[in-house]
Design a protein around this ligand. Sequence first.
Ligand code: FAD
Length: 404
Amino acid sequence: MTEVLIVGAGTGGLSVARQLSKNPDVNITIVEKGVLSDASQAYNYYDVWDKNEMELIKTDVVGGSSLVMAGNLVPSLVDELKEYGIDITPQLKQLREELQIDTMPKTHEGKITRLLHDASSRLGLEMQDMPKAINPSKCKQCGKCAWGCPHGAKWSSLEDLKVAQKNGAKLITDEEVTGLIVEDNKIRGIKTDKAKQYHADVVVLAAGGMKTPKLLRTVGIKAGETFSVDPFITVGGYYKGAMQDHEIQMNKYIKLPYIVISPHTSQFLLPKIRKTHPDATVDDIISLMIKIPDNLKGHVYQNEVVKGIDFEDAALLARGAAIAGSILTEAGADIESISSTHVRGAHLIASARIGEIVDSNLETEIENLYVADGSVLPEAPGLPPIYTILALSRRLGQYLADKL
Ligand SMILES: Cc1cc2nc3c(=O)[nH]c(=O)nc-3n(C[C@H](O)[C@H](O)[C@H](O)COP(=O)(O)OP(=O)(O)OC[C@H]3O[C@@H](n4cnc5c(N)ncnc54)[C@H](O)[C@@H]3O)c2cc1C
């Protein structure tokens, strides 16, 4: 039997586990820092990095950030990956069927989403339907995707866990991997915060774009010299009784060069809106998210993360904000109330890039040490990355299943 350790039971890690577990000659153990929780409680496990007006968001829990994602499944970086000899189209097709990715039916289109769609059209902007991994028959349109879906309607990586466990994979929770064991440039195992060591023939790092590079640095691999996050802001204003927070978030989107604009409610806008409308509540917010692909200028060092936005990022966000402001006022928002949140990032990526830190099989320079999470993306897509992370990880799972 070949022993395989997967570090992190998140999006990438569980996708590898699911595919690899089809090989009966492999023993899989997944070691996860977080606990196993019901998806509806995922909001309790947010771990936010917050510095210099920039906030980076992830969840440390079994299932990782897949539990709180908005359910947007858009292929990204497909052509860029071909330049590295990687074709993920078979995995994208497999995932489309497994996750039943589709746009939501008209019955699930919120009032404000429709209003913003129509306002965009009048301004000559096409707002298209977002492909989602949400089961419409279970979805109650509560707007709580980012809290963890309370109705079990949204797909999450817990589905991959179920399959992997059924095929014999073991899950260890509440145990943080702190180091790697390497001998003669070959991976031999991992060390954890419980002062334990686990030995294996193959290790797959899937601790996410902000943790995997730190683990790689413990064995001398200079990951984390790059780091992107697809920064976003939410721009919004006052619209009496909008109730946008009770609609499916990001159910439609406008795709412009380097800018994505999508209906999305942020409670951070409320104190700003109250400057012009003191009685406003969350239900009176109408707002749009603006997301851009950033450059690779962030860093993830052993004891420090460095990430800000530069002039180019700021210029793109400002352009997106101006367009969003026009749509919002056209839709009926009070122009004097319109403001923006601070800059946030929820796509923690490109910190152990393909072509730099890992090869096209996602293997590092240390034999049998692989990476399967957002950190391997070669650049920021400025689009939802989870579909591509899942596809790359399924591809690695199949590669290892064949190889072992
Ligand atoms: C609120 C929110 C909404 C989003 N919406 C979307 C969306 O709609 N569409 C989309 O494409 N993307 C979305 N994203 C982004 C997407 O969810 C992430 O890019 C993706 O889930 C990241 O996958 P990953 O495998 O890199 O990391 P994760 O899924 O975060 O997995 C990392 C796992 O490793 C564990 N871990 C960390 N350190 C250790 C350690 N030392 N030892 C053991 N375990 C460890 C963590 O607890 C976690 O379980 C969203 C993100 C957020 C936060």
